[in-house]
Design a protein around this ligand. Structure first.
Ligand code: MBD
Ligand code: FE
Length: 312
């Protein structure tokens, strides 16, 4: 079948009515975007001669995606989060806002309101028999001046690649902490070495990735929000070097500058410095923030997040 109907007055009128273009109420921006969206879906049906069976399987795919809560997981898998980063990078470049540690995607697994402390935090609850990881670094401005009292909000997965809150078997805020930098801009966390993340094998996201011949794996990684008054909020993450997926991340979050080596430290005097009594793994992630007066650039952009706006 090669019928072409998109150009007909009947379809044009249908699209106009679908998007409420013949109505005075509603929201013009939503109308324009829905018009384009439905038009493009119709166009795909025409161009690829999509059968009713294919069409309805797509509709019920979206339905299942919502039912298992994976819409915000499919999005990074389809490069959408990274595409928004590409746009923000391009906007920054155009506005002359260059420098500083690069951003990369937030992902769907942040939980607001993690415990906050000064200079140091222990992030793990001790429930896993895992390699201890010291995460430390300095927050500076672009001239290398330390930024004291910056809030470093860190979250990462456990040894199974799962995150507290989303994995109800973990304790509240396990592997989630906020640390205020000290007078030298330094922060230190004691945690455990995380494992990479894998999409639920039976979930909607992996189901589509399979049809694309793609895996649903992320390398071991650690998420950061870093903020300080007078500086641009930074959403970023580090990917651990040497992971099979460091440069093959299904969510496209890896950036060369954000690949960090975690090193085994056997030196007892270093262990003692962190109150540890044996070998451990350590990584250093220094962050450069960019100064800005614009209030809206000093905060993370609004989006739905777990427990956002619910407590301190
Ligand atoms: C993650 O841990 C993550 O960071 C992203 C972006 C997607 C899925 C799981
Ligand atoms: Fe993650």
């Amino acid at each position: 079948m090669t019928v072409k109907t998109m150009h007909t007055p009947e379809v044009k009128e249908l699209l106009n009515k679908v998007a409420g273009l013949d109505q005075s109420g509603g929201n013009d921006r939503v109308k324009q975007i829905v018009h384009r969206l439905v038009h493009d879906i119709f166009q795909i049906v025409e161009d690829f001669d999509v059968t009713p069976e294919e069409f309805w399987s797509a509709v019920y795919y979206v339905s299942g995606l919502g039912q298992n809560g994976e819409a915000a997981l499919l999005a990074p898998g389809l490069g959408m989060d990274h595409y928004l980063d590409i746009r923000m990078d391009a906007e920054d470049a155009e506005a002359g806002r260059t420098g500083g540690t690069p951003r990369t995607i937030e992902g769907p697994l942040y939980v607001a309101g993690a415990p906050i402390s000064d200079g140091f935090a222990r992030m793990d609850d001790g429930s896993e028999d895992a390699e201890t990881l010291i995460i430390t670094g300095q927050v500076t401005d672009e001239r290398g001046q330390p930024i004291a009292d910056a809030v470093v909000d860190i979250w990462h997965a456990n040894t199974q690649g799962t995150y507290s809150y989303f994995d109800p078997s973990q304790s509240e805020y396990n592997l989630r902490r906020r640390i205020r930098t000290d007078a030298e801009g330094r922060y230190t966390a004691r945690s455990i070495v995380p494992s990479g993340y894998g999409c639920p094998p039976e979930g909607s996201t992996q189901q589509l990735l399979n049809l694309l011949g793609r895996h649903g794996q992320r390398p071991a990684h650690i998420h950061y929000f870093i903020s300080s008054p007078g500086h641009r909020h930074l959403t970023t993450q580090i990917n651990l070097a040497g992971d099979e997926y460091t440069f093959d991340d299904f969510a496209f979050a890896t950036r060369e500058e954000l690949v960090v080596e975690a090193n085994r430290i056997e030196d007892p005097s270093q262990a003692e410095q962190y109150g540890l009594n044996g070998p451990f793994t350590k990584l250093v992630f220094d962050v450069q923030l960019v100064a800005t007066d614009a209030a809206e650039l000093q905060e993370r952009h609004p989006r739905q997040r777990a427990l956002e706006g619910e407590s301190a």
